[in-house]
Design a binder for this molecule. Sequence first.
Ligand code: PLP
Ligand code: TYF
Length: 401
Amino acid sequence: TWGAVPQGPPDPILGITEAFKADKDPRKINLGVGAYRDEHGKPYVLQTVKKAEEAVASQGVDKEYLPITGLAEFTARAALLAYGAESEPLTKGAVAITQSISGTGALRIGGEFLARHYPHSKVIYVPTPTWGNHIPLFRDSGLEVRHYRYFDKQNVALDFEGLKSDLLSAPEGAIVLLHACAHNPTGIDPTPEQWEALSHIVKEKKLFPFFDMAYQGFASGDIARDAFALRHFVAQGHQVALAQSFAKNMGLYGERTGAFSVTTADPEEKARVDSQLKIIIRPMYSNPPSHGARIASAILGDQALYTQWESEVKGMADRIISMREKIYNILTHDLKTPGEWGHIKTQIGMFSYTGLNPEQTQALAQKAHVYMTKDGRISMAGLNAGNVEYFAASVDAVVRG
Ligand code: PLP
Ligand code: TYF
């Protein structure tokens, strides 16, 4: 029956972990997948998550199904975290929201919702490059995926002119996917002034902004500052869609905790949108998992836990920033590695887009047991005091050829 089923390619990111696992060299480093590691290279469970888990357990919760749109207490707090207490759609009860299977699930619900109900276009623009999964995810939702320029390879910087020009020449009403902060894979975000200019273009062209916020807190270490783009667009009167993930900022990866929301005109419109979100979700997976949402909700809903969580997020962001400085200093000052490495220091979030080419990344895997994606992206969190010097020396060796 399945004789004609072709072998599919491995996932470009998760495939790296498989190659890494098969490598027996003790010096091996996995900089592929974007998952935080502590200073010993170990997966990290936040103290606040442990405390919240204990609090949840002590309340003796059952294992009943959640509603289709998830834990209402969690989604209310998630919306507040993203949009902020002053947000007009939030205060007037006009944000339709549902819990989702982490950020990926939120994007998919959003893609399905827009494909069915957004009246003006079936076209979604995503940046080049973008998180690889965006493209099949939106295509499978029934949208036509097109691309806008984002990265200036020559200068290892934002191609702001290309970005503006591509949005200006998009068909009126098209959807545009924006990374809210800590752009994956480049680690380069627009400045606040550039976001303001983008908001004008989006308004002028009647584009529909869909924010993917997978790293709130990871860009600057400050939860509110990382929500600047989203909050600015909302304050400027845009209606927006938003995918939120708590995988990175709470380290809840495998708990699959997230939310999809869309701002509407008023509570009556919100109720109709909510009803359609349920119609999309029910035949896909019925209702979301409860454990992660309870943990996130407990953290967001308790002042002391929230404050401690903020400092833990900042701690993760700061450790990554210190690794950026370390690599930069070793390459530039100690090893005098050919090339310009300032971007490693100025890029933000979980990743650095090193500028290493596919041959160099392949050589790093084969000769140095250092694994990263083919495009030269490294997950900064995989580096620590114990391996950063080996990493930099390996990069130096490959660059010199
Ligand atoms: N969006 C971006 C830009 C991402 O980098 C990721 C994860 O790496 C996600 C969404 C979704 O992640 P998750 O489904 O684990 O929340
Ligand atoms: O960019 C990354 O590293 C992410 C990692 O279901 C990832 O793609 C892998 C699997 C998944 C979500 C995120």
